[in-house]
Design a protein around this ligand. Structure first.
Ligand SMILES: NC(=O)c1ccc[n+]([C@@H]2O[C@H](COP(=O)([O-])OP(=O)(O)OC[C@H]3O[C@@H](n4cnc5c(N)ncnc54)[C@H](O)[C@@H]3O)[C@@H](O)[C@H]2O)c1
Length: 341
């Protein structure tokens, strides 16, 4: 069940009371510092912490949490309330879904990206060294509580990162969501409306292919190039947010689709224009193409050595899987750099 709305604290308190089970909370210190006042009924002794960001997604952090739970006598009937960004939800979800062969958990995403993406879909994850999300389970949160109340404390770059995934879902869904997402919401009720429609896009795809055997790979639109850009800038020491990399990935992959005669000029331009309107210019130096291609080679979606992308045919029609050549991507990267702006 996904709940959307305002006054999350009251709703959650009622739901916890009616669940009538032992409850523990997992959060990060940063998130708890901002929001512990919102949940005064959370018993302090029953709040556990994971580190912020990717540091949460390590086997060491998971091991520590399991140890603390065991010492505190956390048992099979315990319900875990997970409050935080995507990394926290991935890691806490992994710990919950494996401790004593699985505890029930509820997700409360506190970043925009986690609201529209990580909290919904039932993928939990740890990283294996530098390899992202290599360890994990398929286990859905029993409930997800989505509220724009948490957006007030997010930095601009985090909001834009979430907007990248929002734009991707709108591209998958087509009209009327595509047009609705051309404006930044102005108040809580506009946010609630947009978030509920946006999460429904991911949920419907996940429901049709929970274990990621085919259809779900449409959700990888923008991610073949996006992941490679994210890794490139991370290794260069100038990291960019995941959803911002995905947004540029969507635009570059639209140019790839145009070059392959899969999408019309009009629809391709609608995508690149939308990305230009919301996201800072990437300023890609094509001399770095080969380094970018090395990251694409490692993509899990490739078949033997063939690159496989999820490309748009039009707004509202994305398909998997198209074989893409390095020459086509080079062309798209040059075009993206030279678009009239
Ligand atoms: N499981 C999935 O389906 C899925 C989907 C997309 C992304 N992810 C994962 O999500 C992670 C990225 O998530 P993210 O973008 O939310 O970043 P994040 O979870 O790393 O959070 C970024 C920072 O923001 C802080 N923060 C969280 N909420 C805040 C708030 N309301 N106010 C102020 N600070 C806040 C966090 O403590 C952290 O320091 C990646 O690890 C990615 O792999 C998972």
């Amino acid at each position: 069940m996904i709940w959307h709305g305002e006054h999350i604290a009251e709703t959650l308190q009622k739901d916890l009371l009616s669940a009538a089970r032992p409850v523990i909370w997992v959060s990060s210190k940063t998130v708890w510092k901002h929001y512990h006042d919102l949940f005064p009924y959370a018993d302090k002794a029953r709040v556990f912490f994971l580190p912020d960001g990717e540091q949460a997604k390590t086997i060491q952090a998971a091991d520590q949490l399991w140890q603390q739970w065991a010492e505190a006598g956390v048992s099979r009937d315990t319900l875990v309330v997970q409050l935080g960004g995507g990394a926290l939800l991935d890691a806490a979800g992994f710990c919950s879904s494996t401790y004593m062969r699985g505890l029930d958990f509820w997700n409360i995403p506190t970043t925009l990206l986690a609201m529209v993406d990580a909290a919904v879909g039932g993928k939990t994850a740890l990283n294996l060294g530098v390899i992202k999300n290599y360890i994990g389970t398929f286990q859905s949160a029993q409930r997800v509580y989505i509220s724009s109340e948490f957006l007030a404390t997010l930095p601009e770059s985090q909001l834009l990162s979430g907007w990248g995934e929002i734009t991707k879902h709108a591209l998958l869904a087509g009209e009327p969501l595509w047009s609705e997402c051309q404006h930044w919401p102005q108040n809580q009720s506009q946010w609630a409306s947009l978030l509920s429609k946006n999460t429904a896009v991911k949920k419907s795809i996940v429901d049709a292919d929970f274990r990621d055997n085919g259809l779900r790979q449409k959700l990888n639109a923008g991610h073949s190039v996006g992941h490679a850009l994210e890794s490139f800038y991370r290794d260069k020491g100038t990291p960019i947010e995941h959803g911002i990399a995905v947004a540029h990935g969507l635009a570059i992959e639209a140019l790839v689709a145009f070059r392959m005669n899969l999408i019309s000029r009009q629809h391709g331009q609608a995508i690149t224009t939308r990305i230009d309107e919301f996201f800072p210019h990437l300023n890609w130096d094509t001399q770095n193409n080969e380094r970018l291609f090395a990251y694409i080679e490692k993509d899990k979606k490739n078949l033997s050595s063939e690159w496989r992308f999820s490309l748009a045919r039009q707004i509202g029609d994305v398909r998997f899987s198209d074989s893409v050549s390095p020459n086509t991507l080079s062309w798209a990267l040059t075009q993206y750099q030279n678009l009239p702006r």
